[in-house]
Ligand binder design. Sequence first.
Ligand SMILES: [Zn+2]
Length: 88
Amino acid sequence: MTDTRKFLRQCVNCKEYKNKQDLIRITKDFIGGNIQFNNNNQINGRSVYLCKNSECIKEALKKKKIEHSLKSQIPENMKEELYNLLKN
Ligand SMILES: [Zn+2]
């Protein structure tokens, strides 16, 4: 039996498990503590995942779910980029 959850990641907002391709990955790197988009898996660190839909992005920003999960403020330019995604 295979555990499908092994290949899935949980959205920080809706708590649904999805394929990595369907999620935005944000990582706080272990060394510098920088918080960055990490969809190419270049950064090692603590990650949060967010659905690529406006509902989850909006809610996560409003309720500071990314911040809570990473225990850090997310950079302003990242918030802007997330808001920009909402417009598309
Ligand atoms: Zn979600």
